[in-house]
Design a protein around this ligand. Sequence first.
Ligand SMILES: [Zn+2]
Length: 133
Amino acid sequence: MPGARLSRRLEALRAEYEAAKASLGEVGFTCEGSLVERYTSCHNPNCRCADPAERHGPYWQLSWKEGGRTVSRIISAEEAELYREWVANRHRLEEVLTEMRRISRQAAEQIAADTGHPFQGPARPRRSRSSGV
Ligand SMILES: [Zn+2]
C-alpha cells in the first residue's frame, strides 16, 4: 500500500532529522571567518627573520568577509585558542544545517514520488563551505 510505504520512509527521515536536530544542542558558541597561523619577516636583512626558518611568529590571524571583502585581524594566542574552537563549532553547525536541509529535501521528494506528483519545490540548496582552520 503506497500510504504505508510513505509513512515508513517518512518515519525514518523524521528520526534522522530529529537526531540531527538533537546534535545541534551540543554546538557551542560560533565565530565567523577562519583562523590562520602566520610567520612574518620584518625585511631587516640583519634580523634573524632573514632566514625563512627563523621568521617572527606565530601570529594568529582571524579573517572574515565583510561587505564583500576580506577583513583580517591579528589576535592574541589566548583569543586564537577560543576562536579556533568557535570556528570549528560553526563548521559543525553548518554541517548539521546542511544535513537537515538534505533530509527535508528527501522527505519532500519522497512525498511527491509516493503521491505520484512531480516535486515542485526549489532546487537543491547549494553547498557553501568556507575553507579555513
Ligand atoms: Zn625580523
